[in-house]
Design a protein around this ligand. Structure first.
Ligand code: UDX
Length: 471
């Protein structure tokens, strides 16, 4: 089977590398010449653990990268994995999808049946839109010479290869028999782990042949498109819920890690996505919740829970700033160290990160902000050029002479720091761990006045007063 992936971002490059490692001839097409050149030189266009190694192993063998749409002619399956950014009103901008559909249409073969797969997160009905564009451009008949189906991608940044090789589920949205057969044939390699021995040599993670098999679920196209949004919005609601519970824990003197643990023991709730943070962010949840809400409003069925979770998430960012303010009193002339600019560890992605909001607010309130991130400084700098912050080469340098360290992203590097040395370099050793990942007794022994979010020990902070400050 010949595979084509349109787009060399997260979805396209990870999907392309994975199928090429499983023995399929896979061509990644991108209009961006420099990304194609990177791939051809054996490098990854994105920061993702293990991806460069995989690309280097297969490029020129089963993996190919090009700016030309020629490979579309001999493709059996074409994955569309281009970006779907948000417009200011929350609706999704489908211009890259439309452009990709147009280019596919111009190159599609008359002599074979091609399955075109929407893997990008796209609004319900996009498969029909893509189909109509291809029909118009190619003059071919949809459902006879080609079909467009949905197969949403659930990869998490930082764990993308694990999610691709060991997914929880594979969702196929199509009622077309031949397309369903072809996708079953293709995904057999993942469900039954065919060809994994060769690929596993390049896994950066521990290959576990005993891991549960992926669930394979076929449904109609629209339901499949909806599953992606409904799942991401549900996870965002779940995080916002535990974040609100954390705030209440502070007021009442309860301990949110214990509350989350006890809740998660109920298999109906599950233990995952109950970790407290300064709010969810990144390139998926903010965009997907906004689009899902926008669609629901357009169709007169407003998703009020999603809307509330979005508002609650903004309140969580603000709450973090209020806690810093409460601890340092006035922020005028204070120096604050922010550790972690990416929306989560193991990625260089600093798009839509809460760090932007929190830092901007701290500067507005008169603070000087020093920052460090193991991978995300470059992207953060380019996206936030209006923010006047001091970028530092190491967390130690960022903490130097500051009044408080705020841990926003729980990179393993930060968890392994010699915190005693960090505390000694600070003006005032206050440490605010918004992810509750550092052990507070250890931090106190290191010389810090430590606080987290929703932790029992800090009920004496009278944080309930803070909530009054929140608008
Ligand atoms: C998400 C989905 O998990 C993935 O299935 C989908 O395909 C794309 O969107 P991703 O955006 O990479 O993946 O990150 P994820 O790990 O889900 O985290 C999203 C945000 O929620 C991050 O800001 C993270 O720090 C935060 N989070 C996550 C919490 O605050 N608490 C948690 O318990 C889990």
């Amino acid at each position: 089977m010949n595979i084509v992936c349109i787009g060399s971002g997260y979805v396209g490059s990870v999907t392309g590398a994975a199928f090429s490692a499983l023995g399929y001839k896979t061509t990644v097409i991108d209009i961006n010449e420099s990304k194609v050149a990177l791939l051809n030189s054996g490098q990854s266009p994105i920061y993702e653990p293990g991806l460069t190694e995989l690309i280097r192993a297969y490029i020129g063998k089963t993996l190919f990268a090009t700016t030309s749409y020629e490979a579309v002619k001999s493709a059996d399956v074409i994955f569309i994995g281009v970006g779907t950014p948000s417009r200011p009103d929350g609706s999704v901008d489908l211009s890259y999808i439309k452009a990709a559909a147009g280019s596919i249409g111009k190159s599609l073969s008359r002599d074979r049946f091609t399955v075109i797969v929407n893997k990008s997160t796209v609004p319900v009905g996009t498969a029909d839109l893509v189909s109509s564009i291809i029909e118009k451009e190619s003059g071919l008949r949809a459902e006879h010479q080609f079909t467009v189906i949905s197969n949403p991608e659930f990869l998490r940044e930082g764990y993308a290869l694990e999610d691709v090789f060991f997914p929880d589920r594979i969702i196929i949205g199509s009622v077309h028999h031949a397309a369903k057969d072809r996708m079953r044939q293709l995904y057999n390699s993942i469900v039954y782990r065919e060809g994994y021995e060769a690929a596993a040599k390049y896994f950066y993670f521990k290959h576990n042949p005993e891991a549960p098999q992926a669930k394979y679920f076929e449904t109609d196209t629209k339901s499949s498109e909806m599953i992606k949004y409904a799942a991401n919005a549900f996870l965002a609601v779940k995080i916002s819920y535990i974040n609100e519970v954390a705030r209440l824990c502070e007021s009442l003197g309860a301990n949110v890690p214990d509350v989350a643990r006890g809740m998660g023991m109920d298999s109906r709730i599950g233990e995952k996505f109950l970790e407290v943070s300064s709010g969810w962010s990144g390139s998926c949840f903010p965009k997907d919740t906004a689009e899902f809400l926008h669609t629901s409003q357009q169709y007169g069925s407003e998703l009020t829970l999603v809307k509330t979770a979005m508002q609650s998430n903004e309140r969580m960012h603000a709450y973090v700033v209020e806690k810093i303010q409460h601890r340092l009193k006035s922020l005028h002339g204070k120096s604050i160290c922010i550790l972690g600019l990416t929306f989560k560890p193991n990625t260089d992605d600093a798009r839509k990160t809460q760090a932007s909001y929190i830092i901007a607010r701290l500067i507005e309130l008169g603070a000087h902000v020093k920052v460090h991130d193991p991978q995300g400084m470059e992207m953060f700098r380019s996206l936030n050029s209006s923010l006047s912050v001091e970028f530092c080469k190491s967390p130690q340098e960022a903490a130097e002479e500051t009044d408080m360290v705020v841990l926003l992203t729980h990179w393993a590097d930060y968890q392994r720091l010699d915190w005693t040395k960090v505390a000694k370099r600070m003006k005032h050793p206050f440490l605010f761990d918004t992810r509750n990942v550092l052990e507070h007794h250890e931090m106190e022994r290191a010389g810090f006045q430590y606080e987290g979010l929703g932790l029992r020990k800090y009920q004496d902070l009278k944080v309930s007063e803070l909530t009054k400050l929140l608008v």
